[in-house]
Design a protein around this ligand. Structure first.
Ligand code: LIP
Length: 293
């Protein structure tokens, strides 16, 4: 029996997603960010704008018209309890980096992914402010602006964390166990060896999970550790990262097979020594995140 995958024209889907991302980009760059009432959002740092909602509406309508049989999961229309199924599913974040969008910090992306049988299969991440496009199809490589293969430079072996740049995000959850695990881990990663730390070269945050994953795919960031974001933040970037030779595993120690909706992630760039780097990083995590369990 043929698999669902062999019936899909992934190149056509990829090209269509790029066209949709460009259209969304025009909406984003010409909009004035207007935040909307908190609604389902958890606190004053969990922002949503009218543009997030309008872009998701445009994206879901356009995709439904062209691919009426595919499922859709989007940040702005997700309802607690919605589950990713094996069906081809578009997984969409209309604006990844909403806080940046509101503040005029130009690291904002549209993240359009397709998962098939739960596996991230096509990914398009587009920053309309810098006109930077990352895209990938499973098994066919990852590219910057259509033609430049990722990573952007020959990957050096991954040595130890004391020579790494690590990407992290505070996220909008500012209390509880996971906030403690994150903040204590950040402190340990940065601290000098005399103070019992890993002494990484530095911590970075783009404020968009999708762009963070593309940063690791590009080879400029060595790792990205996150807990609390969602499938729509990572699905598209996941394909780009793995097609660029990167590895993505659980953000809690021990699980090498994380699912796209697992909500805790550790991504490592292409390079010899990936697995040792994952194990070293897991050893610095101060506790266990509860999100996704
Ligand atoms: C945001 C992310 C960010 C993450 C936040 C949030 P939004 O997405 O991409 O990196 O740390 O928790 O999910 O809300 O801008 O789409």
């Amino acid at each position: 029996m043929p698999s669902i995958m062999s019936d899909l024209n992934l190149q056509e889907i990829h090209d269509f997603l790029i066209a949709v991302a460009k259209k969304a980009g025009e909406m984003i760059t010409t909009a004035r960010p207007t935040t909307v009432a908190a609604g389902e959002k958890k606190n004053s740092a969990d922002l949503v704008t009218e543009t997030d909602q309008a872009v998701e509406k445009m994206v879901s309508t356009t995709l439904k018209e062209k691919y009426p049989d595919f499922a859709f999961m989007g940040e702005e229309t997700y309802k607690p309890g919605d589950r990713l199924t094996a069906a081809p599913t578009f997984i969409v974040d209309p604006i990844d980096g909403t806080t940046n969008f509101v503040h005029g910090y130009p690291y904002v992306s549209i993240s359009l992914g397709l998962a098939v049988e739960h596996k991230p299969t096509v990914g398009v991440v587009f920053n309309p402010f810098t006109q930077t496009l990352y895209s990938a199809i499973k098994g066919r490589g990852a590219f910057l602006n259509h033609t430049t293969p990722l990573p952007l430079r020959d990957p050096e072996p991954l040595r130890q964390l004391d020579s790494a740049v690590v990407c992290v995000e505070w996220g909008s959850e500012r209390t509880g166990n996971d906030y403690k695990v994150k903040s204590e881990t950040f402190r340990k990663l940065c601290a000098s060896k005399e103070d019992g730390g890993a002494m990484v070269h530095g911590l970075r945050s783009f404020g968009s999970a999708a762009l963070n994953l593309c940063g690791v795919a590009s080879g400029a960031l060595d790792l990205y550790w996150e807990g609390g974001c969602w499938a729509w933040d990572v699905c598209a970037g996941w394909v780009i990262l793995t097609e660029a030779g990167g590895l993505i595993v659980d953000g809690n120690p021990g699980n090498w097979e994380q699912s796209v909706d697992g909500r805790r992630y550790l991504a490592v760039r292409k390079g010899e020594g990936q697995k040792a780097m994952v194990e070293e990083f897991w050893g610095w995590i101060q506790g266990k995140m509860e999100v996704g369990i």
